[in-house]
Design a protein. Structure first.
Length: 333
């Protein structure tokens, strides 16, 4: 059910199979495979996907996004950094130093190490540029082409390119990963919550099943009713270790809302709920029937990525054999 791999691990495995020396990538993305191809849609109309794909086991973290900024935002013409990433102490995790042309970014301590907390204050276009950067090999890879042809765009509707290897999940891809369980109801069904439950979750951090980071009469991090503007309210991705989806994703409910590629006019889709006092006032922000659209960078909004499935072991072995017959170079992106 659970298949996890790391970008750099796949690159190294391919390199070993082909006899090629490959340098590890700057960041690592853990992915799980979503199979059960051709599953039926939920009663909501969402969740049917006719192909296998991978999706982030976790949302993109502050540490990963800081690496992206250091590689791609020394000048930052597209506003990949939002100043609130370093000043809104409810979610802050990245500071910016220097001047345009030589900006650098550091992960900050905000009530503890922020590295593994989800990034927020990102737009759909920030997420698209991150996906392009992954597809183009990280480092100095382009943010403007790849999964999406942006070429400076910061608004409007941009469709995923056919050759995408990393992308913002479609709403059906996100939904299936969160709610679908092929063993439910005797042959495939959907949970109401992305914690393998039809009962609203609690918000206790740890390995207790059916928990999430959201306001449930108290904040999850503080276990207090009152809201403090100086308090961090994010939890590390995977902190609710007993509350994964069937496929092994974490935090598709609570922590931060996540972008998907659905559109309503110029607005993009969001799902999953957040740490804040829920927009509906209860756990219903996490429920499968709740959808949102937005075009704003907020302290409750982040994202995760989807990807083409990991090459199988047999593929890697065949690649190594092929290298003997003249394949000189291969890389995922």
């Amino acid at each position: 059910m659970l298949k996890t791999f790391k970008i750099k691990s796949v690159a190294v495995a391919i390199g070993l199979a082909a006899g090629i020396s490959i340098t590890d990538a700057a960041i690592t993305i853990d992915l799980v495979n979503i199979g059960d191809v051709g599953n039926a849609a939920d009663t909501t109309g969402y969740g049917s996907v006719g192909y296998s794909y991978d999706i982030g086991k976790y949302g993109v973290t502050i540490g990963q996004y800081a690496s992206f900024l250091n590689a791609a935002a020394q000048t930052d013409p597209y506003g990949l950094y939002n100043i609130n990433m370093g000043t809104d102490l409810n979610v802050a995790g990245i500071t910016q130093s220097g001047s345009s042309g030589s900006y650098t970014y550091s992960v900050m301590s905000n009530g503890g190490d922020s590295t593994n907390r989800p990034i927020s204050y990102v737009s759909w276009f920030d997420a698209a540029r991150f996906a392009n950067w992954l597809q183009n090999g990280q480092g100095s890879g382009s943010t403007e082409t790849g999964a999406y042809t942006l070429n400076g765009a910061t608004s409007g509707v941009i469709s995923k390119n056919a050759n995408a290897t990393f992308w913002i999940p479609s709403e059906n891809e996100w939904y299936k990963a969160a709610y679908y369980d092929p063993s439910k109801a005797g042959g495939g069904g959907y949970w109401l919550y992305p914690t393998q439950s039809d009962i609203p979750p609690g918000n206790t951090i740890g390995n207790t099943p059916n928990q999430a980071n959201f306001y449930d009469t108290t904040f999850s991090v503080t276990e207090a009713v009152g809201w403090d503007t100086n308090q961090n309210y994010l939890t590390d991705e995977g902190a609710f270790s007993g509350s994964q989806s069937f496929y092994g994703t974490f935090d598709q409910g609570g922590n931060v809302f996540e972008w998907n590629d659905s559109v309503d006019g110029s607005l993009h889709g969001l799902r999953g709920g957040s740490w804040f006092i829920a927009l509906n006032g209860t756990s219903t922000d996490m429920i499968s029937t709740t959808r949102w659209t937005d075009d704003t960078e907020r302290n409750i909004t982040g994202f995760r990525v989807a990807a083409v499935p990991e090459p199988s072991t047999w593929f890697l072995l065949l690649l190594g054999v092929s290298a003997i017959f003249g394949i000189r170079k291969f890389r995922k992106a």
